[in-house]
Design a protein around this ligand. Structure first.
Ligand SMILES: NC(=O)c1ccc[n+]([C@@H]2O[C@H](COP(=O)([O-])OP(=O)(O)OC[C@H]3O[C@@H](n4cnc5c(N)ncnc54)[C@H](O)[C@@H]3O)[C@@H](O)[C@H]2O)c1
Length: 348
């Protein structure tokens, strides 16, 4: 039975990944280490909390005593590090926790893995891998009319405190391969959407405001472009890289769906207007642009496609509707976040 340490598994992508893995494999054991910051939500994992192949541990990836104890106890085969402070706007307000978790937490995790995975002759126990979940935001920004997309060889040029903390972690993880030949991979994915996303992020935020008929704040001229990927396509890519990725390599993951923010907001309005005719474009309000707002992200994912056979399978328009349906059918999930009740889901 392979043992996985999944960090940040109570967040959006991590909880989807845990569901994906437990649905796909019977012969794995997952330890989910999550600090339960405001973004961690155990309601995301309510249905599997008693699964015999799963254990939740509340804790911080910066806590070396705890990570050391967990490695000694479970002898993990794989580490997938999702744990992060992940919201750009919050990083602009205050960057400290971003560098503590995203950089120092990553350093602690990879050092602990190295300590437990290294043989006396400096080689590594076979079959182990550390996977760092990173973001396309480390590459910076593209012009709207640029013909090029971000490839793995694009220069790292992060602009926000969030993306610079993620880029720092990437360089750190890569250095453990370059220096020690530690078995690592890094994935850099574009914007994810799907169930269980914390409602500070664009799609659930717009959903939540639409159903309350509140103003829909759109940054700047609304023409900033993001490449969207359905979260389960991302999970599939992570599974592939973890098990088939060449050690030491970085893989971009994209959804092949570039959409300007304003078009996305209009798609959400159009779909939800069939439930309530008071949801309309008059709710849109343009607000002062985000500081240092990247104009466009576009991902060239030909490396993972050619080498590992990955292609996103979820069409954007269809899966966006599916996602909105999920939020419509799970309004109590959203309400429990908005009231703060979700934080009572943890019982020590
Ligand atoms: N959401 C996206 O579109 C996207 C795109 C590309 C990459 N990523 C990356 O994927 C990862 C997950 O993103 P997400 O959107 O699920 O984030 P999220 O904010 O929804 O979840 C982050 C999780 O990490 C936990 N956490 C935070 N600090 C911790 C610490 N010190 N120790 C242990 N747990 C801690 C939180 O409690 C939360 O459960 C992040 O590393 C992010 O940079 C996200």
């Amino acid at each position: 039975m392979k043992k996985y340490l999944i960090t940040g598994g109570a967040g959006f992508i991590g909880s989807n990944f845990i569901h994906y893995m437990l649905d796909k494999y019977n012969d794995i054991f997952i330890v989910n280490l999550d600090k339960l910051t405001y973004a961690g939500n155990l309601l995301n994992l309510q249905d599997i909390k008693n699964n015999k192949n799963y254990k939740f541990i509340k804790g911080d990836i910066c806590d070396s005593k705890l990570t050391d104890k967990l490695f000694a106890q479970y002898d993990f085969d794989y580490v997938v590090n999702f744990a992060a402070e992940s919201h750009v706007d919050r990083s602009i307000e205050s960057a400290n926790s971003f560098f503590e978790t995203n950089v120092m937490g990553t350093l602690n995790l990879i050092q602990t893995a190295m300590k437990h995975w290294k043989n006396p002759d400096d080689s590594f126990k076979s079959g182990r891998k550390y996977l760092q979940i990173s973001t396309d935001e480390v590459y910076g920004s593209l012009d709207l009319d640029s013909k090029t997309k971000f490839s793995e060889n694009t220069k790292i040029d992060p602009h926000s405190p969030y993306s610079s903390s993620k880029a720092s972690a990437d360089l750190l993880v890569k250095s453990f391969f370059d220096t020690y030949k530690m078995p690592i991979n890094i994935t850099r994915c574009s914007n994810n959407y799907g169930p269980y996303q914390f409602p500070e992020k664009l799609i659930p935020l717009m959903f939540s405001k639409c159903i309350k008929k509140e103003q829909l704040p759109v940054y700047g001229d609304g023409k900033n472009v993001r490449d969207w990927i359905y979260v389960l396509d991302h999970c599939r890519a992570i599974d592939l890289v973890l098990h088939k990725g060449k050690v030491g390599e970085i893989y971009n993951v994209g959804g092949d769906s570039e959409v300007p923010n304003i078009d996305l907001v209009k798609k959400i309005i159009q779909y939800l207007s069939s439930y309530d005719k008071n949801i309309n474009e008059k709710l849109i309000t343009y607000v002062k642009d985000r500081k240092g707002h990247d104009r466009r992200y576009a991902i060239d994912f030909s490396k993972i496609k050619d080498n590992l056979g990955f292609c996103p399978t979820h069409d954007f328009d269809t899966s966006l509707k599916m996602t909105l349906d999920w939020y419509l059918n799970n309004k109590d999930w959203l309400e429990k976040i908005e009231s703060g009740e979700y934080q009572n889901a943890y019982k020590a």
